[in-house]
Write a protein that binds this ligand. Sequence first.
Ligand code: ATP
Ligand code: MG
Length: 155
Amino acid sequence: VDLQKVNLLDVVARSKEMTSHIVEEKNMRLEIISEEPVFVLGDLNRLIQITMNLLMNALTYSPEDKTVTITISQTKKCGVIRIQDEGIGIAKEEINRVFERFYRVDRARSRNSGGTGLGLAIVKHLVEAHHGLLEVDSEVGKGTVFTVSIPLVKR
Ligand code: ATP
Ligand code: MG
């Protein structure tokens, strides 16, 4: 990764553009909550790749008509992107395994959704390359939240 000054608002705006057709097709809503620009030390295209993977998962593993909410904020040291869905959720027993390469919770059902099970393994790798933190919290039948924290750029 090539680390430079990146505004997380740009990362999320690009990801929203690139998924708008899917959001429309599934009659979903994508809400962005952000107050001010947040500058992290990151690689713009890799940060978009991280956000796109998490956003595509949020859209894929949600029924129609649901809302996905992306919140951008910052702590003392990090810029934070939080991606919350109202989808099927992930069981406690599975939650650590979803970061493994090729792991998919429901093999039979997810075969139809066309993925390979690599998305989250790539996300984890890319977040680590940014010296960041990737967290997940989920409840079956309620939804899932993925939180990505990336160190702020020092001015
Ligand atoms: P792809 O390689 O196309 O991303 P994938 O989406 O199956 O395929 P991952 O993104 O790595 O692979 O996700 C692994 C598994 O974790 C998924 O198959 C799904 O079972 C589960 N999962 C991931 N994100 C969510 C989510 N937001 N809600 C519910 N389950 C999820
Ligand atoms: Mg995926």
